[in-house]
Design a protein around this ligand. Structure first.
Ligand code: NAI
Ligand code: MG
Length: 361
């Protein structure tokens, strides 16, 4: 298969982890007979330095022409004091908007070898493998009016939770589709006992359900969902929810696994299958350029990209298996190693995962 991937390494450890991820993709290409073309684009701090903007127009154009986008991370202390329009994050927000990325996907999977990294008990974590699908472009974060105004008793503040039925249907459909590729269970999270928008959310889910007879649909109120995520996260397969609920629940779920160096994410666009894949962590300026960054979150983001945007599920499974095997062998970067244990560098753990991939296929 022939695929174009837009590569945006970004700042700090971004180029290090993305460099390793491309070396891994090269092995995938070689083993399965694919050709991946990489088109490099600038975003974030170094784009500000070199182009005077965090998101050059060529970068957006490049992403639009590709099958998927792989991003490292943006930002660093060097740009923190700049004016708002010259902040690295505006590059990322602008790109999400330009590509109409309406769905954020955050999988949480426990690697048996890392049971101890979490604050939750190992027996609670055993077998956790869930995916949170968060609506990203609607709801309370974008609704209008959003204002302070003066009323009869003084200051009044307004935020608006606004959705069109079409937006609700689009994200729910994605939830059903993704559940279908996994264990066939979809939990729709809402607050239908209070919010009108949630009642329409629930009605829409019920209306779509007959089209997905292979998916079992459950509704859960968001407050209960927050409890269940830490009480018994194993019960979940795919959770789908609106923007604000998803923001909170995805951060809660992220902490189940314990290490930021391990968490992948993907954001899907309105245009077909184009998606942007990136590790959840930032540019980690404290360890940048020192061969210390854990590249596994980026590898797992690559696995998501292979499965979701490139239609290569077998290759995705192989990457995830290789990562799990290497952790099983006790190979650890500094963020995961226990005191006194050997610490592997970014490039060294990268070589281990590539060897494992070659040997495991
Ligand atoms: P961070 O995620 O960069 O770092 C937090 C801590 O985790 C640091 O101690 C770091 O060394 C460690 N860490 C992060 N990723 C790691 C990895 N792969 N391997 C080993 N250790 C890792 O978050 P922080 O410090 O809040 O932000 C640093 C910069 O990154 C800021 O400029 C921030 O704006 C930016 N940022 C960018 C994001 C993005 O591009 N999506 C997301 C979050 C922050
Ligand atoms: Mg958040």
């Amino acid at each position: 298969m022939n695929k174009r991937i837009a590569v945006l390494p970004g700042d700090g450890i971004g180029p290090e982890v993305v460099g390793e991820a491309l070396a891994l993709l090269d092995v995938v290409a070689e083993l399965y007979g694919h050709t991946f073309h990489y088109d490099y684009g600038k975003i974030g701090g170094h784009a500000i330095d070199e182009e005077g903007t965090a998101l050059p127009a060529e970068t957006v154009e490049l992403c639009g022409k590709s099958d998927a986008v792989l991003l490292g991370a943006v930002g660093g202390p060097k740009w923190d004091r700049g004016p708002t329009h010259l902040r690295p994050e505006t590059g990322l927000l602008g790109l999400r908007k330009a590509l109409s990325l309406y769905a954020n996907l955050r999988p949480v999977k426990i690697f048996p070898a890392l049971r101890d990294a979490s604050t939750l008990k190992p027996e609670v974590l055993e077998g956790v493998d869930l995916l949170i699908v968060r609506e990203l472009t609607g709801g309370l974060y974008f609704g209008t009016p959003r204002e302070r105004r003066t009323g009869p008793t003084g200051l009044e503040v307004v935020d608006t939770l606004f959705y069109t039925e079409a937006e609700i249907e689009r994200i729910l459909r994605l939830g059903f589709e993704l559940a279908r590729t996994r264990r066939g269970h979809l939990t729709s999270v809402d607050k239908a006992n209070v919010l009108e928008s949630s009642r329409v959310w629930r009605e829409t889910a019920e209306r779509l359900a007959p089209e997905y007879p292979d998916v079992e649909l459950t509704h859960l109120l968001v407050d209960n969902a927050a409890m269940q995520l830490v009480r018994n996260p194993r019960q979940f397969d795919v959770l789908v929810t609106e923007n604000l609920f998803g923001d909170i629940l995805s951060d809660e779920a992220a902490m189940i696994s314990g290490s930021i160096g391990l968490l992948p994410s993907g954001s899907l666009g309105a245009e077909g299958t184009l998606g942007l894949y990136e590790p959840v962590h930032g540019s980690a300026p404290d360890i940048a350029g020192q061969n210390k960054a854990n590249p596994l979150a980026t590898y797992l983001s690559v696995a998501m990209m292979l499965r979701t945007s490139l239609g290569l599920p077998e290759e995705a499974d192989a990457v995830e298996r290789a990562v799990a095997c290497v952790l099983e062998k006790g190979v650890r970067t500094g963020d995961l190693a226990q005191p006194g244990e050997r610490v592997w560098g970014t490039r060294e753990i990268g070589a281990e995962v590539r060897d494992q991939l070659r040997g495991g296929v």
